[in-house]
Design a protein around this ligand. Structure first.
Ligand code: C2E
Ligand code: MG
Length: 883
């Protein structure tokens, strides 16, 4: 667009150059002196060299050339133009609006040479009362008809030759100010320098367009214009707000104000009030405001005493239909109170007032009823420079800028309007929005309640659930028990806690996996929960234990119920194979004032001692206390060397010679006194401390052997008990190797019971065999301890290469009273021999037992008959006496 415009300017320059060339010689042509009023809407630009740029001047130039004249422009004021035309100093005035004040005695050309922007009542047009874009003409003195005819003929020729010429000029100058920037002439600059303040009066009675705030300061959309002037010109626009035009007039007349900030374009009115109008700087669009009902046929129109508005309205309505009110708000009130039926206000004002909610019964459809071009009026008493400066500024701002800014501002104030006004403006949308909001709030509340419930439920579930088994946990169980007792206190005495445990959970888990154990527990718990004699079931917390609240009319019935339950449920289905899961149970009555938790603890004591089903008694509590005491002292006992290794001799029962010994531990505790191994070994096996203790004992025995050899004392093989926990212990063999490296395995045997060996599967058997082989490799002999004490697994004997079979005392005792058992004892001894093992029997107390054993083929014996376990010192003496 810009390139296009520049091309046009270039074209025009060529055209003028051409015209000048052909009109030779220049001096030969008569001069045409054209007066140019340097104000008004034509926005005539004058450069530093005095050249003029505008549509009327360029057009006048072209017409004059066609008429054969050399143009000489005379920039001037409107008044001067008039007088100069009258006295013959100039021939033509360019850009005159016919019919306006001061045009008497002028004759106008036929062709317009520019358009006054804005709508005006044009008396020349047949349609009286119509307001149109007003054409500007050139004017000559009314007596100079010959010149007028010459110029009109030239204009006709120009039109014929160049029909698009005028349109082209319009295009060229459409954005003239913006294109060429704001260029003030020297005179204008000289004027501005000592006048940095432009005193302006404004009728401020219309919110949001122009109004006064609480501080009496001018506010409103119109400030966009004054701010822009200040910004561009570097001046201060001092705005004096007044309530009406009479007051504005007074301010202008007094000289306190030089500019009337805005007024609808009306040159006649301007003339009357001794004002020059600048070019319009924006278009005010007016809209109709009515009540919410149809208009009567001849509506009463409320209007302010704004002459322009009134003038527009008077062309549409009869005088008796128009009522004048001081302010726009008064007009709207009049419509609301039915004094009037309609009023016309600026669009922005209508929106603002109606949307404020102050006029709930008024409506506007927002369409433009009419538009007025607004211009500033500059006092004719002010220097002409002020007018030309403002004109240039308006051209510089551009025709649309202020209008656009006002529209934006109105939009912004609309968006900041009150809630009630929005409700008023769009009741249906607001209702919808309120309803939607309400629904959203309801949904939100419901949702948060649900979420809260779900959350609480999840929390409760988490708090009440055991994460491993997904069964109810002990905390939940305790609450249930309390609640049950609180609800039925009379039943409390008949309630018992039953703690059911899976034996050897470690074996089950390592064989079938933890998940299978959990599944088994869940199924068992469910079955128990369904039973009539139970109240509720949960997981206990220790792996493989289920806790039950059971009814106990008498203990025998409860035990019977439990046994039956065991029979039914002690089987797990593992991949289609039914596996027996041995169960034990501890029972404790909830005898008030015992708390459920205390009862659970008691059941726990019972369970830990139970081989089958065991009811709690107070001795268990004592034992439990002792256990916890032992546990608290075990570490320091080891450091203090409170554990003593005692030795019990082993005899060749035929020769009655001491052939060895068994090392048996004792604890001489500072706090607990002297303790036999039965008091602490089972506990140490449970808590794992046995591992350290066994190494401690073994090292003592190895050192004892070493010492005996060093001292030249008799040396007999000594067997050392090894707990079953070593079989699964990480690093057991490495530690054994370290000991062997330090001492020697010479004359050392390890006693292992059958339970040390896990023979449940091929892998376990392999493992047991590997450990035995490794121990053999280190030089240890391996004794099978307590053989025949339980249901001995004969495959174990055949599979593992063991060195000694140590027959348990229980088998010896059983053989004393039973021929059958004597046969068993004999066969067992034979089996041992068959497998290449040494056979020894323990617990021989009497000579008859010794004889029995000799008859059964047993070669070695250990028992009180030969010697009780004794401290090292005593055993050394014993050795010296018996070896
Ligand atoms: P065990 O290995 O079967 O030891 C034999 C037990 O029988 C010893 O009991 C011994 O004093 C006892 N005894 C020996 N002769 C007779 C007798 O003629 N009549 C009777 N009634 N009993 C007799 P003790 O010393 O109380 O040991 C008990 C168990 O403690 C041992 O049984 C063994 O399993 C364990 N134990 C002892 N010392 C250790 C040790 O250092 N490490 C490990 N892991 N266990 C040990
Ligand atoms: Mg033993």
């Amino acid at each position: 667009m810009k390139a296009h415009a520049i091309r046009n300017v270039f074209g025009i320059a060529l055209l003028f150059a051409g015209l000048l060339f052909f009109a030779s010689p220049a001096d030969a042509r008569p001069h045409l002196r054209v007066g140019v009023p340097m104000q008004g809407a034509a926005a005539i630009e004058q450069d530093a060299a005095g050249n003029l740029y505008s549509v009327p001047t360029d057009y006048a130039h072209a017409v004059a050339n066609y008429a054969g004249y050399e143009v000489q422009f005379v920039p001037s004021t409107w008044d001067d133009c008039r007088t100069q035309l009258a006295d013959g100093t100039i021939d033509v005035v360019a850009g005159v609006l016919p019919g306006t004040a001061g045009t008497e005695g002028m004759a106008f050309g036929r062709m317009p040479l520019g358009w006054q922007r804005g709508f005006f009542k044009d008396p020349q047009l047949p349609n009286e009362g119509n307001y149109r874009l007003h054409p500007l003409y050139y004017a000559v003195s009314s007596g100079n008809t010959a010149l007028l005819a010459e110029l009109d003929a030239a204009a006709d020729r120009l039109m014929e030759n160049r029909p698009g010429f005028y349109t082209m000029l319009e295009q060229v100058y459409a954005d003239h100010g913006q294109r060429f920037g704001l260029h003030l002439s020297q005179r204008e600059k000289d004027y501005l320098a000592p006048h940095p303040v432009i005193p302006v009066v404004v009728v401020a009675r219309e919110q949001p367009f122009a109004y006064v705030d609480e501080d009496g300061t001018f506010q409103g959309t119109l400030r966009i214009f004054t701010d822009r002037i200040e910004q561009d010109l570097g001046v201060q626009v001092r705005v004096l707000p007044v309530p009406d035009f009479a007051a504005a007039e007074a301010e202008l007349a007094s000289g306190r104000a030089q500019v009337l900030l805005d007024n609808g374009w009306d040159l006649g009115w301007a003339q009357e009030h001794r004002l020059w109008f600048t070019a319009p700087f924006y278009v005010s669009n007016y809209t109709a405001v009515t009540r919410r009902e149809s208009l009567p046929g001849s509506p009463i129109v409320a209007a302010v005493d704004n002459r322009t508005t009134a003038r527009v309205l008077r062309s549409r309505y009869s005088d008796d239909q128009i009522r004048i009110y001081p302010t726009i708000v008064d007009c709207m009130k009049a419509v609301e109170t039915r004094e009037a039926d309609i009023t016309f206000v600026r669009q922005g004002t209508a929106q603002y007032q109606i949307f404020q909610g102050d006029f709930p019964d008024l409506v506007t459809d927002g369409t433009v009823a009419f538009s007025l071009e607004m211009a500033s009026g500059v006092s004719m008493d002010a220097p002409m420079e002020l007018l030309t400066i403002l004109d240039k500024e308006i051209a510089y701002i551009g025709p649309e800028a202020i209008s656009n800014a006002v529209a934006r501002h109105d939009k912004a104030s609309e968006s900041s309007r009150s809630l009630s006004s929005i409700a008023y403006a769009y009741p249906q949308y607001v209702m919808l929005a309120v309803l939607t909001l309400f629904m959203l709030v309801v949904i939100f509340i419901l949702n948060s309640i649900t979420m809260r419930r779900t959350h609480v439920r999840d929390m409760v579930r988490l708090l009440d659930e055991d994460q491993a088994t997904h069964m109810k946990n002990r905390a939940w169980f305790q609450r249930q028990v309390k609640a049950f007792i609180a609800a039925r206190p009379q039943l409390a005495k008949d309630l018992a806690i039953v703690l059911i445990g899976v034996q050897r959970t470690d074996i089950f888990i390592s064989t079938y996996g933890r998940d299978k154990l959990m599944e088994f527990l869940r199924q068992m718990a469910k079955a128990l929960d369904d039973a009539l004699w139970t109240e509720c079931v949960a997981t206990h917390g220790s792996v493989g234990e289920v806790i039950v609240l059971a009814h106990t009319e008498d203990m025998a019935t409860l035990k019977k119920n439990l046994k039956e339950a065991f029979k039914q449920h002690e089987f797990a289905n593992v991949g289609g194979i039914v596996v027996r899961v041995p169960l034990t149970a501890g029972i404790a009555l909830i005898a008030p004032p015992l708390t459920p938790n205390e009862a659970i603890q008691r059941a726990d004591f019972a369970l830990h001692e139970a081989q089958d089903i065991l009811v709690y008694d107070d001795a268990m509590l004592a034992r439990a206390h002792l256990s916890s005491r032992i546990e608290s002292l075990q570490e320091q006992a080891l450091k203090r060397e409170e554990f003593e290794v005692w030795y019990q001799p082993k005899y060749d029962i035929k020769t009655k010679k001491c052939v060895g010994a068994e090392a048996l531990v004792r604890w001489r505790s500072e706090e607990l006194g002297f303790l036999p191994p039965g008091k602490f070994i089972p506990l140490f096996e449970r808590n794992g401390f046995i591992s350290q203790l066994d190494f401690y004992n073994l090292e003592h025995v190895m050192r004892f052997q070493q010492d005996c050899r060093a001292k030249g004392l008799p040396v007999v093989p000594v067997s050392v008990n090894q707990s079953r926990v070593h079989m699964q212990e990480q690093g057991y063999l490495a530690k054994m190797r370290d000991l062997v490296m330090k001492y020697s395995t010479d004359g050392i045997a390890l006693e292992l019971t059958e339970t040390a060996f896990d023979f449940t599967g091929a892998a376990q058997r392999e493992h047991a065999l590997a450990v035995i082989a490794a121990l053999h490799g280190l030089g240890f002999r391996i004794d099978m301890d307590d053989f025949g004490s339980g249901y001995s697994d004969l495959s174990l004997l055949s599979y593992l290469p063991l060195d000694t079979m140590k027959i348990d005392r229980s088998l010896l005792l059983a053989s004393e009273g039973s021929q059958r058992m004597r046969s068993v004892l004999q066969k067992v001894a034979e089996l041992g021999h068959t497998l290449g093992m040494t056979v020894i029997c323990e617990g021989i107390e009497t000579a008859s037992q010794e004889r029995l054993l000799i008859r059964c083929g047993c070669e070695y014996g250990q028992g009180y008959l030969y010697g009780k376990p004794m401290p090292r010192k005593d055993f050394e003496a014993f050795l010296r006496a018996h070896a």
